[in-house]
Every structure is written in structure tokens, then in C-alpha cells.
Design a protein around this ligand. Structure first.
Ligand code: UDP
Ligand code: MG
Length: 325
């Protein structure tokens, strides 16, 4: 039997603290799989440096020089987790039969990788890693994440519950993924749309080994709102916020005036008038803001910008030395 070539794709943003450990652990895991003849000797680990400001790329590059299992991809600037991941997947598929994506902080149990490969041998083209529990996450992260899944479900987006970006994709699945040309590519929503035979593997999520989350509250909100960073939609989003403020003000006014009506004195006519103005104003602004969100998305899609730009692909070394660090 010919073993499949596996590439493990690891997006990294300012991960110098965890990287040495991550390399060691992933390499150990990969070697075991090779020894057990589950994957080919040609299998690699591809680290994608997403425009880090620390020594992340230096570490990746130096490791690549002395370790044949390690490959590196350096993006020209920070493009965010999702796009960095795509850069890695699209590059890796050229050299492999299947790819597994995993975060650099090793919060996901790497022993599950073996399970992924076993499923791949059984003919599954997509294998999702799903967290059993979220005990290691803060209560805040847990509840916001849960709210997010519920909201997405309500809006008709089919997500695999408690599945982050820890999954196996066959070469074919990645090739099909590449045909999704949209700029706002939300992988967790798109991958289920690919179809193919898929399966789920459950695991316990661990705590981040070192370093801080690269998804602080601000980034999480942006992630959920899909593209808050683009200035082109933020003015209209501001309108939306004003709308919500106005709407809630009307509720406050309404409540307060009701209270006054029963327990104090009110001005006839004025109170109902002012409450309605805030209410209707708020609702109108919310409506405009929502339309604006869609228009903003259309605007972005029509531009067909590239989702990432590769600076160095160490699969295709050699490159001029001055480019490397
Ligand atoms: N990441 C990235 N680019 C970014 C932010 C994060 O490539 O702009 C990477 C990061 O290095 C990590 C993964 O995405 O490997 C997930 O980030 P993190 O662990 O900080 O998120 P959390 O687990 O807290 O949701
Ligand atoms: Mg993490």
C-alpha cells in the first residue's frame, strides 16, 4: 500500500513562545505516524507565519534548515487566522494527499491527528475535530461562542457545533475549497458546503500552552461580524450602532415616562411624542445599517482581492538569502 502524504498546516501569529514546543510535539506525532506506516515519509509540517512581529519566522526558517519535516510559508503581512490558514492549505495541497489544520498553541489534542488519518484511510475526505467540553475556556469565551453558534444556526448557516479549525481535508476537498472565490471566506461555514464523506472525532480541548490568545474580545467581535476591520463598512456600522442606541433610549424613555405617569406628573402629548421619535428613529437607523452591512459585503466581494500574498514558500527553496529573515 502507498501511504498518503500528509501536511499539517499551522498558522502562527506572534507565537515565538510556544513554537519550539509545538514543533517538537508535532514532529514527534508525525514520526510516529510514519513509523506506523499510516502516512508517507514525505509528510511535512507547514508553518504559516502570518506577518508576525516577533521571532516567529526566524524560528520557523531556522528549524526548516535542519529539519526536513518542517516547511515554512511567510506571508507579507498579517491577514488573520482564516486567510493564513487558507494560504497554508492551498500551498500544502500541491504536495500532499491530505492536510490537517491545527492552531500553533496546541490547544487541540494532537493525538487526534492519528484518528483523523485512520478515518482518511477509511475513505472520509473531511474529518472534523470537535471539542467535548469547553472547560478550559473562560466563561465569557464559552458563552459568547455558544451565542455565536446559536445565532448562526438561526440564520441558516450549517456549522459543526464546537468545531474550530482543527480538521482533516483531502486534497480534493481543498481543491474544491479553492473555487470558493469570496473574500469573506468563513471556513467553518464553507467546509460543510463542500459535501464529500465526512466524519467527526471528539477530543478534550486543553489550555493554551504559553503566550496570549490572539483572539482578544475585539478580534472575536470582528470575527463574528465578519470584516469589521474594513473601513468601507464601518461608517454604516456606526449608523447601526446609533440606531440601537436610539432604540434603547426610546425604551428607557418609555419606561421612565410610564413610571412618571403612575407615580408623578407628565406632560400630555410630549412624552408619547418624544418616545415615538426615538423609537422610530432608532428602528430606521437599524434598518439602514443592516442594508448597509449587505451593501458593504457586496462592495467587498466585487473587488476580488487576493486573500493572501505569499512572500516565501520554503517548498520551492532556494530563495535569495536576504529574503529569508
Ligand atoms: N493566528 C494567525 N493570525 C492572526 C491571529 C491568530 O495566524 O491574526 C493564529 C494563531 O497563531 C493561532 C491560531 O491562529 O495558531 C488561533 O489563535 P488563538 O489560539 O490565539 O485563538 P483562540 O484559540 O484563543 O481562539
Ligand atoms: Mg488558541
Amino acid at each position: 500500500m502507498i501511504e498518503p502524504v500528509l501536511t499539517i498546516v499551522v498558522p502562527c501569529y506572534n507565537e515565538e513562545e510556544v513554537l519550539p514546543d509545538t514543533i517538537e510535539q508535532l514532529e514527534g506525532q508525525l514520526k510516529e505516524l510514519i513509523d506506523d506506516e499510516l502516512v508517507s515519509k514525505q509528510s511535512k509540517i507547514l508553518f504559516v507565519d502570518d506577518g508576525s512581529k516577533d521571532r516567529t519566522w526566524e524560528l520557523i526558517y531556522k528549524e526548516g534548515l535542519r529539519n526536513d519535516y518542517v516547511r515554512g510559508l511567510k506571508l507579507s503581512r498579517n491577514v488573520g487566522h482564516q486567510n493564513a490558514l487558507l494560504a497554508g492549505l492551498f500551498t500544502a495541497k500541491e504536495h500532499s494527499d491530505c492536510v490537517i489544520s491545527i492552531d500553533a498553541d496546541l490547544q487541540d489534542d494532537i493525538r487526534v491527528i492519528r484518528e483523523f488519518i485512520v478515518r482518511f484511510h477509511q475513505g472520509y475526505e473531511i474529518v472534523y475535530g470537535v471539542r467535548k467540553g469547553r472547560e478550559t475556556d473562560t466563561l465569557f469565551k464559552r458563552s459568547t461562542a455558544q451565542g455565536f453558534y446559536k445565532l448562526m444556526k438561526k440564520m441558516g448557516v450549517d456549522l459543526v457545533y464546537n468545531h474550530a479549525d482543527f480538521r482533516l481535508l483531502s486534497k480534493r476537498a481543498v481543491q474544491e475549497l479553492e473555487r470558493f472565490n469570496e473574500v469573506n471566506l468563513f471556513l467553518r461555514g464553507i467546509v460543510p458546503l463542500l459535501g464529500f464523506r465526512s466524519d467527526v472525532v471528539y477530543y478534550d480541548r486543553l489550555e493554551r500552552q504559553a503566550g496570549e490568545t490572539k483572539y482578544p474580545l475585539k478580534k472575536m467581535l470582528g470575527f463574528a461580524l465578519d470584516g469589521i476591520t474594513s473601513f468601507s463598512v464601518s461608517p454604516i456600522r456606526f449608523v447601526l450602532i446609533i440606531g440601537f442606541v436610539s432604540f434603547f433610549m426610546s425604551l428607557l424613555f418609555g419606561g421612565y415616562f410610564l413610571f412618571l405617569k403612575f407615580f408623578g406628573t407628565t406632560q400630555t402629548g410630549w412624552t408619547s411624542l418624544i418616545t415615538s421619535i426615538w423609537l422610530i428613529g432608532g428602528l430606521q437607523l437599524i434598518a439602514i445599517g443592516l442594508i448597509g452591512e449587505y451593501v458593504g459585503k457586496i462592495y467587498k466581494e466585487t473587488k476580488h482581492r487576493p486573500k493572501f500574498i505569499v512572500e516565501i514558500d520554503s517548498y520551492s527553496l532556494p530563495v535569495p538569502r536576504h529574503h529569508l529573515l
